[in-house]
Design a protein around this ligand. Structure first.
Ligand SMILES: [Zn+2]
Length: 261
């Protein structure tokens, strides 16, 4: 189940795929809707889920199209129950490009929220943390999506590497220090924020799913930092090998097949 995914369709060459576990979320949401309001409830819940994930795809496309503009290939966009992930063939090392590529995602959410605000106005009662007070109507649906996009834009900008906010921090740090050190510090700041956010979510709000999500991001940050470190060490190794060849010095150990005299 963990590695299993379903390919949906391609958008400008980018494969959109659903992680297997997404079907569990779909089934759960439909079942919960059914419990509260029968077939109509199930349809409403599934429509909301589909709309939410459409916004997630648009967010990821913001990253992808900006990246493609700079010549970076995108393998696919994978949708998981916890959100979406664009898989790039490589990530730019130039801070300015990474910054623009990163900001393009949340910018899409704020643009959608702005459009919905202009078309449908703001909801009468608005609580940033609660999605429950929206009626089943076109306006209610629009307000729900407006709320979702605001939340998604802000959440992604929190400085928890490798989320967008953490990447922005890395890009800013990378203008002042080497890329690996910038990644280290962005990941470290991210881990502190992730632990704090997980504790606040679990103890303060009993929001265990959010706490779990921050736990997941904590390890994702560490994994990405290690990947950057590994690549840097490999590149350093090859730089040393190339420098050795260019300097004309013989290799330290003689070739095994040297003819003995
Ligand atoms: Zn993003």
């Amino acid at each position: 189940m963990l590695g299993w995914s379903i390919n949906l369709f391609r958008i400008r060459g980018i494969q959109l795929a659903l992680h297997g576990s997404f079907l569990l979320l779909l089934a759960y949401v439909a079942w919960e809707g059914w419990q509260s309001d029968g077939l109509l409830g199930a349809a409403w819940s599934v429509a909301i889920l589909a709309a939410f994930f459409t916004c997630i795809v648009l967010h990821e496309l913001g990253h992808c199209f900006t990246g493609m503009h700079y010549g970076f290939g995108v393998r696919r966009i994978l949708l998981m129950p916890i959100g979406g992930m664009a898989e790039f063939e490589s990530i730019p090392r130039e801070p300015a490009k990474e910054l623009l590529m990163t900001l393009a995602g949340p910018a899409v959410n704020f643009a959608i929220a702005g459009l919905l605000w202009a078309s449908f106005g703001l909801p009468e009662t608005f609580s940033f943390w609660s999605f429950s007070n929206y009626e089943a109507s076109v306006t209610g649906f629009a307000h729900l999506l407006l709320h979702w996009n605001l939340l998604m834009g802000c959440f992604n900008l929190s400085p928890v590497f490798p989320m967008d906010g953490g990447r922005v921090l890395r890009a800013l740090l990378a203008t002042k220090m080497p890329y690996v050190r910038a990644t280290f510090w962005a990941a470290t700041v991210g881990k502190i924020f992730a632990v704090a956010a997980a504790l606040i979510a679990a103890i303060g709000f009993e929001a265990y799913l959010t706490a779990f999500l921050f736990g997941f991001i904590f390890f994702a940050g560490e994994t990405e930092y290690r990947a950057v470190l590994r690549r840097e060490r490999e590149e350093e190794h090859w730089r040393e090998v190339m420098a050795l060849f260019q300097s004309g010095r013989p290799p330290e150990s003689p070739p095994l097949l040297e003819t003995p005299r």
